[in-house]
Design a protein around this ligand. Structure first.
Ligand code: SAH
Length: 460
C-alpha cells in the first residue's frame, strides 16, 4: 500500500482549493458535502462556483492563492489545471505543512481522493492508487446498486441509538440486535415510512426480554504457524469470536483472521521465560464469557499437546461456562511432514512419543531406557534448554551417539530451519536456534536437499 486510507475530521476545518474550472467543480461537488470551511481561490471562476459562493456554501476569493492563505488549513487542492500554477500551489501548501492534492497528478500529490459511495454517514471509499480508475468506477457502480439508498438514514438514526443499545450485554447480544435492525426490521420499517426511533425502541425491548445469550469458550488449536494448516472449524471460530486470548507462539497471520472488532489479548507463556500466570488467563476467559462473549482461547499447535489445557477446562467447569475444543496440527506433525518422515513406521517403531524437555519441576524425567533403544522415535517439545540433559540421560541409558536427530525450528513457517544432527552433537546443534523448535529423536530428513542449516532471520 503506497497510500493509507483514512477518514479525516474536517468539520469546521479550513480546506483550500485553488482553481475555478471543471476540475475545481468536480472536487467541490464532493467537498460541499462535508462540513469543512471551503476557501476557493480563482481569478475567473465558472458560474457554478459563483452560485455556490452566493449561497454561502463556500468563500470565494477572486485571485490566485498566496502563501498566507494556506495557514491553518487541513487540506489543499491544486485544481488550476495548469502544471506550473498547480506546482506553485502545492509548493505553498507544502511550505505551510498542508497536504496537497494536485488534480490528475498522482506522483506529486501528498494524498489522493478515492471514488466514493455516499450513504452518509456510511461512506465507502474505493481506491486503486491510480492503477485502475475503470475498476474503481465499476466497483462504485456495483455498490451503488447494492446498498439501499436508505442505508444512510438507518445508520444516522442507529448512531443516535447506540448509547441506549448498551443496555444489552457486550458482544453477541448487541451484535444480534444491530443485525436485526440493519438487515431485517430497519430496512422494512424505512421502506414503510415508519418512525425508526420507535422501531429501535421496540426492537431493544424485544432483545432485552430475551435472556442474554450465555457466553462460551472455544479452545481453538492454531496449528504450528502456517495459516493454511488451520482447520475450517478454527477459522470459523476465529471469525465469530468477540474475544481472542492467544499464546505468544500464535503466528500474527492467524490473528489477522479474527474479526476486526474482536478484542485480541496476548497471554505469553514461554517455557522458562516471562509468562502470564495461569490464574489470570483463567479469569480472563471466565470474565469475558460471563458477560456473554464468544471467547476463543487460541493455542499454538494442537491445544491438547503441552498446552495446560486441563487447568483451563477445570476452571471453566467450575465457573459453569460451556466449552468446546477444536483440535489442530501439533508441531511434531508439521515437523515430520517437513522432513518427509513418518512418526511411526512398520518394522521400525510401533509407537512414537511426544515428550517435553521440561515440566513444572524443571528438566522432565522420561522413560529414558525405552527412549534409548534403537529405532525409537520421539518428538521432544520445549527441549532446547534441556538438550544437554536429554543427551546425558539417553547416553547414560545406552543410546548410540550416532542416533539421528533432526531439529525443526519454526515448522511450517516461512522462516523454518531444519538441522540434521546426531545425539552426540545435540547440545551444540541447538545453540543457534532462537525460534520454537521440535527435536525429532530417531529421525533424519528423508532427502538431503530438505536440510537447511543456513542461518536465517528467525521470529519467535
Ligand atoms: N500445543 C503446541 C505445543 C506447545 S508447547 C503444539 O501442539 O505444537 C511449545 C513448544 O512447541 C515449543 O517449545 C516447541 O517445542 C513446539 N513448537 C510450537 N510451535 C512450533 C513450530 N512452529 N515449530 C517447531 N516447534 C514448535
Amino acid at each position: 500500500m503506497q497510500h493509507y486510507p483514512v477518514y479525516l475530521a474536517v468539520a469546521n476545518q479550513t480546506i483550500v482549493l485553488a482553481g475555478g474550472g471543471a476540475a475545481a467543480v468536480a472536487k467541490l461537488r464532493l467537498l460541499l458535502k462535508t462540513e469543512a470551511r471551503l476557501h476557493v481561490y480563482a481569478a475567473d471562476p465558472v458560474a457554478e462556483i459563483v452560485d455556490w459562493a452566493a449561497q454561502g456554501r463556500l468563500a470565494l476569493h477572486r485571485h490566485a492563492p498566496v502563501q498566507e492563505n494556506f495557514k491553518g488549513a487541513v487540506l489543499a487542492f491544486a485544481a488550476a489545471e495548469d502544471a506550473v500554477a498547480d506546482a506553485q500551489i502545492a509548493a505553498m501548501a507544502a511550505q505551510a505543512g498542508v497536504p496537497a492534492n494536485i488534480v490528475d497528478n498522482l506522483a506529486d500529490s501528498a494524498f489522493i481522493t478515492p471514488a466514493i459511495v455516499d450513504r452518509d454517514p456510511v461512506t465507502v471509499a474505493i481506491g486503486t492508487e491510480g492503477a485502475a480508475p475503470v475498476l474503481a468506477r465499476a466497483i462504485k457502480a456495483d455498490l451503488e446498486e447494492r446498498l439501499s439508498p436508505r442505508l444512510g438514514l438507518l445508520a444516522r438514526i442507529g448512531k443516535l441509538f447506540r448509547p441506549r443499545a448498551e443496555a444489552l450485554p457486550h458482544g453477541r447480544a448487541r451484535r444480534n440486535f444491530w443485525a436485526d435492525y440493519y438487515f431485517a426490521k430497519g430496512p422494512r420499517a424505512a421502506e414503510a415510512g415508519d418512525d425508526l426511533g420507535d422501531v429501535l425502541n421496540a426492537l431493544l425491548n424485544e432483545h432485552l426480554a430475551q435472556h442474554p445469550e450465555q457466553g462460551h469458550v472455544d479452545i481453538v488449536s492454531a496449528g504450528p504457524g502456517d495459516p493454511e494448516l488451520l482447520t475450517l472449524k478454527a477459522r470459523k471460530a476465529l471469525h465469530a469470536a468477540d474475544v481472542v486470548i492467544h499464546d505468544g507462539l500464535v503466528a500474527p497471520e492467524i490473528l489477522e483472521l479474527a474479526r476486526r472488532e474482536a478484542d485480541i489479548i496476548a497471554v505469553g507463556k514461554t517455557g522458562f521465560g516471562a509468562h502470564t500466570p495461569q490464574d489470570h488467563i483463567n479469569d480472563l476467559m471466565i470474565d469475558h464469557a460471563t458477560q456473554g462473549a464468544h471467547v476463543v482461547r487460541l493455542k499454538s499447535g494442537d491445544a491438547t499437546v503441552f498446552g495446560r489445557l486441563d487447568e483451563e477446562l477445570e476452571a471453566l467447569d467450575a465457573a459453569h461456562i460451556p466449552w468446546t475444543i477444536v483440535p489442530g496440527i501439533t508441531a511434531a506433525s508439521a515437523a515430520v511432514a517437513q522432513i518427509g518422515q513418518s512418526l511411526t513406521r512398520r518394522g521400525r517403531n510401533s509407537a512414537a512419543r511426544l515428550v517435553t524437555g521440561h515440566d513444572v519441576a524443571g528438566y522432565a524425567e522420561q522413560d529414558w531406557r525405552a527412549l534409548a533403544k534403537l529405532g525409537e522415535v520421539a518428538a521432544i517439545y520445549m527441549g532446547k534448554r534441556s538438550a544437554r540433559f536429554i543427551q546425558g540421560r539417553l547416553l547414560m541409558h545406552g543410546a548410540d551417539p550416532a542416533t539421528p536427530i533432526t531439529l525443526v525450528e519454526n515448522a511450517s513457517r516461512a522462516d523454518t530451519n531444519t538441522i540434521s544432527t546426531t545425539l552426540g552433537a545435540l547440545p551444540d546443534a541447538v545453540t543457534p536456534l532462537t525460534g520454537p523448535a521440535v527435536i525429532l529423536l530417531g529421525l533424519a530428513p528423508r532427502r538431503a536437499t530438505e536440510t537447511n542449516t543456513e542461518p536465517k532471520e528467525l521470529v519467535q
